[in-house]
Structure formats: C-alpha cells, structure tokens
Design a protein around this ligand. Sequence first.
Ligand SMILES: O=CC(=O)O
Length: 335
Amino acid sequence: MAKPQVLLLGKIDHATTTWNALSDIADLLEPQSTNRPQFLQECRSGAFNNVAACYRTFASASITGPWDAELIAALPQSLKFCAHNGAGYDQIDVAACTARDPPLKVSNVPVVPDAATADTAVFLILGALRGFNTSLLAAREGKWRGQPTPPPLGHDPEGKVLGILGMGGIGRNMKKKCEALGMKAIYHNRKPLSAEMAGGATYVGFEELLAQSDVLSLNLPLNKNTRHIISTPEFAKMKPGVIIINTARGAVMDENALVQALASGHVASAGLDVYEEEPKIHPGLLENPHVMLLPHMGTWTLETQEKMEEWCIGNIRAGLETGLLKSPVPEQADL
Ligand SMILES: O=CC(=O)O
C-alpha cells in the first residue's frame, strides 16, 4: 500500500533528522506555492490528495494565509491531522476543522514554549519598569546616561503588584520568576486555579486585576472572546502609571487605545513582543522611546525552537501511527 503523504508548510530548521525519519511511515511533501491564491489553487488541483497530515508554522501564513473556512474547505479530504508548531493557534479556525467529516484534528505545542516566553516577559517587565530603552538607545549614540539630561529614575520590581491576565503555563512560569524579583502576583482567569496551580497567587476578578496591578501582563490566547479585551475603558480602570506587558498576541489589546493611553501618560510604559498587524508595528509605538519593543522573539532560542519542532513532529507521528494527536488543542480534547 502507498504510504500517506505529510505536507510541510513552513521550515524545519533543527529537527531535520526526526523529520526525515518520518519517511519510514510517510512520503514528505512541500508545496510549490508562494502565496495564498496559488496555494488554494494547488489544493484544488488535487496535488495534495494523498496528504494525511500537515506540519505548519506560524510563518507559513505568509504562503497560505490564515487557516480560515475558505482554506479549510479547499484542503483535501484525505487530510486528518494538522500539527501546528506553536503554543498559540489563533491562525486556525478550529471550529471549521472540527466541522469537517471526518474532523481535521489539530494540535499545538503546549508547555515547551512556557519558559522562553516567560523569560521574554521578565525582560520586558524589567526593561519597562527601569526605563532602560532610552538608555539603550542613548548608549549607542555615545550619550552617556542620555547626556546632557539623564533619563527619569526607574522603578524597582520589589513590592510591585504583578497582574497576570491568563494564568496558563506561561503565566505561572513568569509568576515564579517575578516572585524572585520581589513582585506580588495576582491573576485573573475564567475560573480560579487549584491552590497548588496558583502557587500562592491571589485570584481576583477582571476589574480588580485592572485596578490593582502595577504591572499588567497579558498571557491569554487570542480568540473571539479575548480580542481587544484591553481597550480604552479598561485602561481607564487601571492605576495611573501602570505598565503593560504583552507576550501573547497583539490583538488581545487594542493597539490604538494603548498608544493613546501612553500618550496621555496614564500608562507609563509598555513592553511588547507581539503586535496587531505583525510584522508591522504601530507608528505611535515606534515613535515612543520609552516602550520596550521586541519583534515576536518569545520562543526564539535554539533550545526551545528545537524542542518545539521535535514536539510538533511527534504529533504527526502519533497521529499517523495511532490516529490520535499527542497534544490536541483543548477545543478538540474529546475528539
Ligand atoms: O508565539 C509563539 C507561539 O504561539 O508559540
């Protein structure tokens, strides 16, 4: 019997040996397309009609566009598994995958990205609290401590309230690291965690989280319930001088509203790794020398990238060999 095919959407940079080893059970295939219209056409041409599983990266959206209803309808009937290499899978319309007959099973990469993403958040928290960005810029311009005018004094993390919106694996990892800096953690989730999972962080309502945080960190997934969960009315409920950190997805926060809140001074600073329209960064953020801006580097370490690729390939092998993915997305836990 012919082997099933596995389609690679994106690149494998590290786990090439594990990827190539998949050829014991599948033929490995790459698309010819370089943009979405071509990709839809390639799908509809029958070129992928023996593809049973697909490995996709966040960056592969530059070829396929989002996995929305149109794309999911164009994918071949043979496709049973989509292994996404990332924690956040907001690019995939999971409901449309589930509605297929048979359902298209989707997995993400949980846990593995937690530590590196939390480290990125800690870097942004410290950088924003201490106001380090202007000094980083000044040092490169040969202006010692911003000569002739030194920057305003920063703030210590010690004793500050860290509000965590979305206390999943990344939030919990970040909490531990920030407690080592003397911060006090409060959090809001749809439901409180068990005492063991919360690890001493206090559960508060959403409004209390807004009102009590000195540093508010966004660690929740992007979906239709969380899009723009932070916007003008929410900023108005926060402490003057609050610092906002976002390592989740840009669109959980209304970027225009953030720019306005920064301009008014109500939000003192921000540390951002993610943006509403990546790779574009809002000009109001680029022009503000106080905010810390990273270009989506949360999991960008050799160790984490390697482990994420391995995990994602593990999902493909599990799907093909057992019919079940190792880490299905929570919406499909019962499939
Ligand atoms: O943004 C990174 C991820 O979702 O893993």
